[in-house]
Design a protein around this ligand. Structure first.
Ligand code: ASP
Length: 434
């Protein structure tokens, strides 16, 4: 059975068992099952992947740069990646914001429910607010992208320092291009080894994915308060609707227009990535699978794909950008804060930036939302209103985040005139015709 089918099976079984337990089993029993079986199974899987993310990101990125061969092509690929990222994120945010304006999900929420949700999630909401208050001003944020100590950045990579670690790796890769062959060769051989070993280990861990995924999804559905979903159903529908439009209409159009490719070819090849992202809710944890699928299924050139996908797993998060825009405007509607045009533009810009700055881990975008909320005068504690459904939305937005990385990598390969993806595509077309 192919791996993506097994993962899908894990997801469906875990999800259904969770929903059934939630509906029919006593809450205590469900908590025990979660505590001693589902949660540990999910966490073992996630942690095994996270454990390999730092060595993989560092080695893959340095090698990605070194393999690009010259600083000039790095510059060209870098600028194109940035360009596509900004375009895709902007479409995403504008799409989300248009939907919120049109559907107005925040106006239907009555104040009793609002107060109840805020009390229920007071603890985590307060944590996010405290974090937001500690956050630095914009200049400090930019400066902190250049780590003083790359080892410290590596130890904190999954707590928000991933971009800094990437900056170090990129810089190191550039250095590697500039030194003479005799020096470069052993370093490259070593890093290539680290990269290949990490990928091999991930492959091993992925064999456990169906169980891990079942555990993760059971933990979510078994605990899920369906009642909360009912109260803010319209908001949830706007987020998911926006994500679906971006995923299947916007990306399909981009793939067709800019890449001349069939969206069906693309999406059928990336199923495993979408499933992994959906179940782990983490772009960083999905990265190894994304890299593998890019090479194995889409046949994207490794040196290009490694660079775009690794950087993209943190810096190109279209789903997160859309979610941030929608959530901020939704909460503004709930609290009756009328945003001026200037403030709305601030929301758009900050949501695009948030898509770049958000850590690729579960719930990575929550602290950033609180910062933007406070900037436009909506109480940060209001985040409590949506925390109950965040995991569900996180799974959906992460799926878009990683698909977006693959869309960009595919379009970039096309514009760099890579031959292999075209040949793979031609073979697929022929099979379809036959
Ligand atoms: N979980 C998301 C990701 O890893 C980030 C977020 O929006 O919270 O891509």
């Amino acid at each position: 059975m192919p791996r993506h089918t097994r993962i899908l099976l894990g997801l469906v079984i875990g999800g259904l068992l969770g929903i059934a337990s939630n509906l029919w089993l006593p809450a205590d029993l469900v908590s025990t099952v979660i505590k001693y079986a589902a949660y540990p199974a999910g966490q073992i899987f996630l942690r095994l992947i996270f454990m390999l993310v730092v060595p993989l990101v560092v080695s893959a990125l340095i090698m990605g740069i070194a393999e690009l061969g010259e600083v000039k092509s790095l510059g060209r690929v870098g600028i194109k990646t940035l360009f596509y990222t900004i375009i895709a994120s902007s479409i995403s945010v504008v799409l989300g914001i248009t939907l919120v304006h049109w559907i107005q999900p925040g106006h239907g929420l009555d104040s009793a429910t609002q107060a109840r949700l805020m009390t229920e999630f007071q603890g985590p909401a307060q944590q996010a607010v405290t974090f937001a208050q500690k956050s630095k001003d914009p200049i400090d944020i930019i400066l902190s992208l250049i780590p003083k100590n790359p080892i410290a950045a590596a130890t904190q990579a999954l707590e928000g320092e991933m971009l800094a670690l990437m900056v170090f790796s990129l810089f190191f890769g550039v250095g590697l291009m500039l030194v003479e062959e005799r020096v470069r060769e052993p370093v490259c051989r070593f890093l290539e080894g680290v990269r290949d070993v990490s990928m091999r280990l991930i492959d091993l861990v992925m064999d456990f994915a169906p169980f891990g995924v079942a555990g993760l999804v059971y933990t979510m559905t078994g605990r899920f308060g369906h009642e909360i979903l009912g109260h803010i159903a319209l908001y949830v529908a706007v987020v998911i609707g926006g994500l679906l439009i971006q995923q299947f209409i916007v990306y399909s159009t981009l793939l067709r227009l800019l890449g001349g490719l069939s969206p069906r070819w693309f999406f059928s090849n990336i199923k495993e990535v979408m499933l992994t992202a959906f179940s782990t809710a983490s772009s960083n944890a999905t990265l190894p699978v994304t890299l593998e699928v890019a090479e194995r299924n889409l046949k994207l050139p490794r040196k290009l794909a490694t660079f775009v996908l690794t950087v993209g797993s943190t810096a190109n998060q279209n789903g997160t950008a859309l979610f941030e825009g929608v959530t901020i405007l939704f909460l503004a509607q709930v609290f009756g804060v009328d945003l001026t045009l200037g403030q709305q533009i601030t929301v758009v810009l900050m949501s695009i930036l948030a898509g770049v700055g958000t850590a690729g881990v579960p719930g990575g975008s929550i602290p950033l939302i609180v910062i933007v909320l406070q900037t436009v005068g909506v109480p940060g504690e209001g985040i409590g209103i949506i925390l109950g459904v965040d995991r569900l939305l996180d799974m959906c937005r992460t799926c878009l985040n990683v698909s977006g990385d693959l869309v960009i990598a595919t379009l970039l390969s096309k514009s760099e005139k890579a031959a292999l993806p075209q040949q793979a595509y031609a073979r697929w077309l022929k099979r379809q015709e036959a």
